[in-house]
Design a binder for this molecule. Structure first.
Ligand SMILES: [Ca+2]
Ligand SMILES: [Ca+2]
Ligand SMILES: [Ca+2]
Ligand SMILES: [Ca+2]
Length: 409
């Protein structure tokens, strides 16, 4: 058992019962390596929406290390109005629904949302076989082109939407996706789920926030490496990756925009866990507070040998900083030492520079990407905030039995 799992950053079944209730949501899972993880196409992941964790590690063990995960986004418009989309457990409804938004006005409708109420699941080996068969004239010999390749959502539903959605290789360069021309999906990893959701199909039921009119395209993927004797390679088998492409379809420019990852991790048994943040690794993490996880519950990892695992959510690439014509400063000096003597942040609306004091990581250039690399405006944010909340059990605040900060987040 590896003791650390990484998850980048941040589940085809049509759930007709939920659709009838106005909740459009479909799930599928990544399951090619040692993690089996559920993803929902309405911006939920890693649980069944019924109270059961669905981030199973190792796959088939019944033991789970995350309970739920979602993307949060909020920002203010030119009038200072807050726009917000965020899910925790959807106790009061949904903020996000499947499907893209119109490029004309950032709207959509429930019929289109239902049209995209699915997840496209594909393996690299399936694409490789398709390419081999196409190139050798074997598409019609004892073979059916996988559904995800046939029905790949390469194009928007109508001309009011973006012409191109999921990426594909255009074998005949005609701008149109057609597997019979040798076109095929472009994917990341060895197995990938692709889906798209938005925050403007319906009013925000969970937060009551004003929609941003954002379209979010998700690639969830993993790698499977068949060399378990090599420890460093085997670690890859415990990783899952999430990539979000966030598109503002409104006519507004948002400022002070925050993109957040909400993660409720339960390392096996969920009531003895702790959390922390590692600025240098650009990662927040969860670990068991005791040497033994739980007291024999099915999801518990036990211990102390091997010890219960820990889980990290690492940001491998953040959102772009607004362009300002500068290669913004890094806090790392030429000898790769951290120099927090100062830096600056830039207000995206006013364009004003704000000097950030020594030691304040909020300048975003300690764990950001591409700062100080002599390339202008390729800078991306790292994590700039980390927050944790303590759950209340039976309306009684948990009293911490340990000199740790957080219990059962
Ligand atoms: Ca084509
Ligand atoms: Ca635990
Ligand atoms: Ca740069
Ligand atoms: Ca810049």
């Amino acid at each position: 058992m590896k003791t650390l799992f990484y998850l980048l950053v941040v589940v085809l079944l049509v759930n007709t019962a939920n659709a009838q209730n106005g909740l459009f949501q479909t799930h599928d899972s990544l399951d090619l390596n040692k993690v089996k993880a559920w993803y929902w196409n309405n911006n939920n992941a890693f649980w069944d929406l019924q109270g059961n964790a669905k981030y199973e590690v190792p796959k088939g063990s019944g033991k789970t290390s995350v309970f739920s995960h979602s993307l949060w986004i909020g920002g203010t418009d030119n009038n200072g109005q807050l726009h917000l989309g965020a899910h925790r457990y959807m106790e009061s409804g949904q903020d996000f629904y499947p499907g893209p938004l119109k490029i004309t006005d950032g709207s959509t409708d429930t019929a289109t949302s239902l049209l995209y109420n699915k997840i496209w699941k594909i393996k690299k080996t399936e694409i490789e076989e398709f390419i081999y068969r196409y190139q050798n004239g074997l598409l019609n010999q004892n073979y059916s082109i996988p559904d995800a390749i046939v029905n790949w959502p390469a194009h928007g539903p109508t001309s009011e939407y973006d012409e191109y959605l999921a990426p594909f290789f255009d074998n005949n360069s005609d701008g149109f996706y057609n597997p019979n021309d040798g076109d095929y999906p472009i994917i990341k990893g060895d197995q990938m789920l692709w889906y798209v959701f938005n925050d403007n199909t319906k009013p925000h039921g969970e937060t009551g926030g004003t929609p941003l009119k954002v379209e979010v395209r998700v690639s969830a993927f993993n790698y499977n490496c068949n060399n378990p004797s090599n420890d460093s390679i085997d670690a890859i088998n415990y990783l899952t990756f999430l990539s979000y492409k966030i598109i503002n379809r409104s006519a507004k420019t948002y400022s002070n925009t925050f993109v957040g990852l909400f993660t409720d991790a339960d390392i096996g048994y969920g009531y003895d866990d702790y959390t922390g943040f590692d600025l240098m690794r650009n990662m927040y993490f969860f670990y068991n507070g005791m040497s033994i996880d739980g007291t024999g519950q099915p999801e518990a990892y036990g211990g102390p040998s091997p010890p219960p695992p820990a889980l990290g959510v690492m940001l491998l690439s953040g959102p772009y900083q607004d362009p300002n014509g500068l290669d913004d400063l890094t806090n790392w000096n030429s000898s790769s030492s951290l120099d927090c003597s100062g830096g600056y942040r830039i207000d995206s609306i006013s364009g004003n520079y704000t000097y950030v004091n020594s030691g304040d990581f909020l300048n975003g250039n300690i764990n950001g990407f591409n700062f100080g690399d002599n390339i202008v405006d390729n800078e991306k944010w790292g994590y700039t905030r980390f927050m944790a909340f303590i759950m209340v059990v039976a309306q009684i605040c948990v009293i911490l039995p340990h000199p740790y900060n957080i219990f059962n987040i």
